[in-house]
Write a protein that binds this ligand. Structure first.
Ligand SMILES: Nc1ncnc2c1ncn2[C@@H]1O[C@H](COP(=O)(O)OP(=O)(O)O)[C@@H](O)[C@H]1O
Ligand SMILES: O=P(O)(O)O[C@H]1O[C@H](CO)[C@@H](O[C@H]2O[C@H](CO)[C@@H](O)[C@H](O)[C@H]2O)[C@H](O)[C@H]1O
Length: 448
């Protein structure tokens, strides 16, 4: 059986990782029927070339025996007297999911798990989040947020696992976990239900606003007193973010334990990642990064569960402080790798790269006119200032300053993240490729 309409739908979704590759849907399975209209389907995709050769996607759908005008934009397929829609756009279908989390009914094929301590507000309507997302998230009124994982891999989902550990431990730097949806027969976790941080501001947006504010004051001399910068800048927030990350790391050690850092293996993985990335983006061969990576082979340290893909877009500022979101790890890694204990410096490096991204993205938007040199100077200054504040917050909270060995580790993780970003940008946002490439050029220059 062929599925041309479903294939066309899939190819247009932001969350479909196979864009640009030849693929066919080989199977559509219904894992659960929630009511007469709403069901959860799993779609198996097979690619003509390349790896991975197959993938599984989750499609919550709602089906009706006549077309639904209100859902015309979300049509997945029509035929055999049935109109099938992407259920995340369908408020009625989402109400069925919310009621199921509230009542934990017996639904063949899936289980609705709940954590104690919160009564769901079931009188609310769903609002789907827009934007560039790997999964599909929607808010129920001002109360809860439901995220359907789209690309599924069997095994424990780290986003659920880590939210559960931090919520149970009472760490307030994440949105509290309210529940999750899992398939019965297979080791598949389908969705996470958590506290909706409705008044929160996105860390990336706050950082951009701060950088823009500073750079547009271009008549400041390049060596302007940093007090002027401090007035409107992000440093106090960066400091709190550092404290937040240290607190989350400490709770993760308590919950999952820690292990020994393997220097030689990590250095090897970083070099392999660079070699693979150079195949995709040959300019990477221009950067002499090998010494940064081999330098860590001699080092000792600890590994633990971490966020794995931390950047400003994964942080939310609420009136009660910073929260970290989306503990799924780097989307390109397989699940086993994403759940493996890792160095906490990977997360620290992720945020440091993100400060550079924020400053560089604003500098890029402001263009290359007469003030380009001044803006570039300001961008470097903003990044450095916030990096130092973030590191101070992190080290103060954990109780001791950076050791020389940790500085070497951090330098390697910053370079490793930038290598990852070059490939990510080449594949997803070619216009942004120069941000990590310029960072690598600066790092290589520093190492000379
Ligand atoms: N608990 C929450 N409350 C409010 N907004 C949230 C919450 N969790 C995530 N978000 C926002 O929802 C969006 C998608 O979240 P994320 O977990 O990063 O999804 P994805 O896995 O699709 O990348 C982000 O903009 C994030 O800031
Ligand atoms: O949020 P995701 O888990 O999907 O992470 C991926 O996409 C991110 C971009 O949305 C990407 O982050 C990179 O760009 C950010 C600015 O948009 C920047 O703040 C980050 O520092 C930079 O790495 C992330 O790498 C990728 O895994």
């Amino acid at each position: 059986m062929t599925h041309p309409q479903r294939e066309a739908f899939l190819a247009n979704q932001r969350w479909f990782a196979g864009k640009g590759r030849d693929f066919a849907i080989t199977e559509v399975r219904v894992v659960a029927q929630l009511d007469e209209h709403v069901r959860v389907e799993l779609v198996e995709v097979r690619y003509a070339h390349g790896v991975p050769a197959t993938e599984t996607y989750q499609m919550p759908v709602s089906a009706y025996d006549e077309p639904q005008e209100r859902l015309a934009h979300a049509l997945v397929r029509e035929g055999d007297g049935e109109w099938t829609y992407d259920a995340v756009h369908d408020k009625d279908a989402m109400a069925v999911f919310l009621a199921a989390f509230d009542e934990s009914p017996d639904v063949k094929g899936v289980r609705f798990h709940r954590l104690p301590g919160h009564d769901l507000d079931t009188g609310t309507h769903s609002t789907l989040f827009g934007g560039e997302q790997s999964n599909s998230s929607l808010a129920f009124g001002e109360d809860s947020l439901l995220k359907f994982f789209r690309r599924l891999t069997s095994g424990t989902n780290p986003d659920i696992e880590i939210h559960e550990a931090l919520t149970t431990a009472g760490n307030t730097h994440v949105a509290a976990l309210y529940g999750y949806l899992a398939a019965d027969d297979e080791d598949l976790q389908l969705a996470i239900l958590q506290q909706f941080l409705r008044t929160a501001s996105d860390g990336w947006d706050l950082a951009l606003a701060s950088a823009r504010n500073l750079f547009t004051t271009v008549d400041l001399p390049a060596d302007a007193a940093s007090d002027e910068i401090r007035g409107g800048d992000f440093a106090a927030e960066a400091h709190r973010l550092g404290q937040t990350l240290a607190s989350v790391h400490a709770t993760l050690v308590e919950a999952f334990g820690s292990g020994e850092f393997d220097g030689p293996a990590t250095a090897r993985v970083m070099q392999e990642r660079l070699a693979a990335a150079t195949e995709v983006v040959p300019e990477l061969a221009d950067f002499a990064l090998a010494d940064r990576f081999t330098a860590i082979a001699e080092l000792t340290g600890e590994v633990q569960r971490v966020h794995g893909d931390l950047h400003l877009g994964q942080t939310l500022r609420t009136s009660l402080g910073w929260k970290l979101v989306d503990f799924e790890g780097e989307p390109a890694k397989d699940l086993t790798e994403r759940r493996r204990p890792d160095s906490p410096w990977r997360d620290v490096a992720g945020m440091i790269r993100s400060f550079d991204y924020a400053a560089s993205a604003v500098a890029r938007d402001l263009g290359g006119g007469d003030e380009a040199t001044q803006i570039a100077y300001r961008a470097g200054e903003w990044t450095e200032h916030n990096t130092q504040a973030f590191l101070a917050g992190y080290t103060e909270e954990r109780g001791h300053p950076l050791t020389p060995g940790e500085e070497i580790l951090l330098a390697a993780y910053v370079a490793d993240k930038a290598v990852y970003e070059v490939v990510y940008e080449a594949r997803n946002r070619p216009g942004w490729r120069n941000i990590p490439l310029s960072a690598l050029a600066r790092l290589t220059e520093e190492d000379r």
